[in-house]
Design a protein around this ligand. Structure first.
Ligand code: GAP
Length: 518
């Protein structure tokens, strides 16, 4: 199936099965804003738990906070967001559509990359077992030509971004003959900067309301609480502060479903370290974070690091963790070495001392910071894209049938088990309810008695429920049930008393956490 079709199916599936709905849908929706449904919210909560516990539970030197969305407006002046949190935008005069100039060029780079990958895939098929990919990439004329085009474009793009050279960005778009996807023309305006922060007024306008911003990142709430947490928690450097919360950006290129939203949620860690050790910690966090992703079992080859073309104004090193979405490798998480920029700026703008007395060095300094920052929604999309599978299987009558299954890692699945009476009489529903009454203290359980058992299995597969437990006529006699495993579709007969342990062994976070050891 073409990746584009797969992505459309995924979006439809999310809506049909209560994962994600367009916001304000009965009023025709609101651009790039989405609501999470009954299963979506459970998956989202489980993602947050996986992140939060892996930070706060597994590291004795990391604590969490929950700071307010509304903050003093000077914070955004100090952080540089008022002056520099901009996107370079370009309009197409014919379609009247607005685009991010950097995204247009990135898409052009991705096209060249895709061409190279296609050549490699073709050759793989031709040469079979004896294929030496490294040698092919280093010697094939077509690959080398594309690679050289990619390198030239990439270097030019990085330089233009680093110099904030808007005229050069426009020139690249023209030279690359990039067309508007809607009008198909190259009738572009100049490139202009556009600030991404939403603002609103606090207090009544009559007596001079304060213009405040909806935070575009949760990080600043951590920086301005650095002294509070360090003092009240008697924290010793190195230590970290973690936070999960909403962020808002007036994104212009709002496409690809929940990949780029105007209201979204971030999970951010600011890790405070001794100056001069930040690049060492940056490397450590890079490795820890990729492990966190790979532990989910979606294939290590689907993740990669991507160095930034342009470092943000506050960073001395930055890398993204990218995942291979149906629309190509894209950023899921950013890891930044933010130097002492933010704390120093807040020290300057607030006039308050923000320093750490290091007893080992017997001196005070402004700590350096390594940040890991990941979007909950983007992680949600990553997981659901990786988990969605369509398979041809035999149905109960031996006929071929398509089964749609969400192969979600069991600890993240919204519903852990469905309990089903084979038929709706002979005391089977009562027995099924009895099992739920016992297991609901540990797991999110669902009772399902409607339709044939085959249909009920398919429904649970589509939601991603890892276990289905069926109560039948044997159950009353020997206290056993069948347990059916989502991924293999295998069934086995087990005693009801064993259910809790079998399920707990799979759905607990322990298995994931034990893979995260540094
Ligand atoms: N504090 C650093 C920071 O905010 P960022 O790279 O701008 O860095 C971090 O954002 C992460 O937040 C991204 O890797 C992405 O997962 C998520 N994110 C950013 N903008 C987003 C948007 N408009 N919609 C959904 N997620 C977004």
């Amino acid at each position: 199936m073409a990746q584009e079709d797969l992505f459309k199916k995924l979006i439809a599936h999310c809506k049909e099965y209560g994962y994600v709905f367009p916001s304000s849908e009965i009023y025709d929706g609101l651009g790039a804003v989405y609501d999470y449904g009954q299963y979506g919210v459970e998956l989202k909560n489980n993602i947050k738990k996986y992140w939060w516990d892996s930070m706060v539970l597994l590291h004795e030197n990391i604590v969490g906070i929950d700071s307010a969305i509304f903050m003093h407006p000077t914070i955004w002046k100090a952080s540089g967001h008022v002056d520099a949190f901009n996107d370079p935008l370009i309009d197409n005069r014919d379609s009247k559509k607005r685009y991010r100039a950097d995204v247009l060029i990135e898409e052009q780079l991705a096209k060249i990359e895709a061409k190279i990958e296609k050549e490699v895939e073709k050759a793989k098929g031709r040469f079979g077992e004896s294929f030496d990919e490294g040698q092919f990439r280093a010697t094939n004329a077509r690959v080398l030509e594309s690679q050289s085009k990619w390198d030239d474009l990439h270097n030019r793009f990085a330089e233009a971004l680093n110099n904030s050279d808007l005229a050069e960005l426009k020139q690249i778009i023209e030279d690359q003959e990039i067309v508007c996807p809607i009008s198909g023309t190259r009738n572009w305006t100049e490139v202009r900067q556009f600030n991404l922060m939403f603002s609103t007024d606090m207090g009544s306008t009559a007596d001079g309301a304060l213009k405040i911003y909806l935070r575009p990142e949760t990080a600043q709430g951590i920086f301005v609480n650095y002294m509070n947490v360090q003092k009240s928690g008697r924290m010793k450097i190195p230590f970290g502060i973690a936070q999960i919360g909403k962020a808002f950006r007036n994104e212009i290129v709002a496409r690809q479903f929940i990949f780029r939203m105007r209201e979204f949620e971030q999970m951010e860690l600011q890790f405070f370290v001794r100056p001069g050790t930040e690049l060492e910690w940056f490397e450590k966090w890079k490795q820890l974070r990729i492990k966190w992703h790979q532990a989910l079992g979606f294939g290590n080859e689907n993740y990669r690091f991507h160095e930034h073309e342009k470092l943000a104004h506050y960073a001395n090193a930055a890398v993204d963790i990218e995942y291979k979405f149906p629309f190509g490798f894209k950023e899921v998480e950013g890891i930044h070495s933010r130097t002492d920029y933010d704390l120093s700026q807040h020290q300057k703008f607030s006039g308050k001392k923000i320093q750490y007395f290091d007893p080992e060095l017997n001196e005070s300094y402004v700590p350096y910071v390594v940040e890991t920052s990941i979007g909950v929604d983007r992680m949600f999309l990553q997981i659901i894209s990786a988990a969605y599978h369509e398979e041809i299987v035999d149905d109960a009558n031996g006929q071929k049938d398509t089964r749609v299954v969400l192969r979600l890692p069991a600890p993240l699945a919204p519903v852990k088990l469905a309990v089903m009476p084979l038929i709706k009489k002979d005391g089977l529903p009562e027995k099924a309810r009895e099992i739920i009454e016992e297991l609901k203290f540990d797991f999110n359980c669902q009772y399902d008695e409607k339709d044939s058992i085959g249909k009920r299995y398919r429904r649970q597969d589509a939601i991603g429920t890892p276990f289905c437990v069926t109560v039948d006529h044997e159950t009353a006699g020997d206290n056993t049930v069948t347990i059916r495993y989502r991924d293999t579709m295998l069934q086995e007969r087990v005693n009801i008393s064993l259910l809790r342990d079998i399920i707990l062994n799979q759905v607990g976070f322990r298995k994931l956490f034990t893979q995260l050891k540094p």
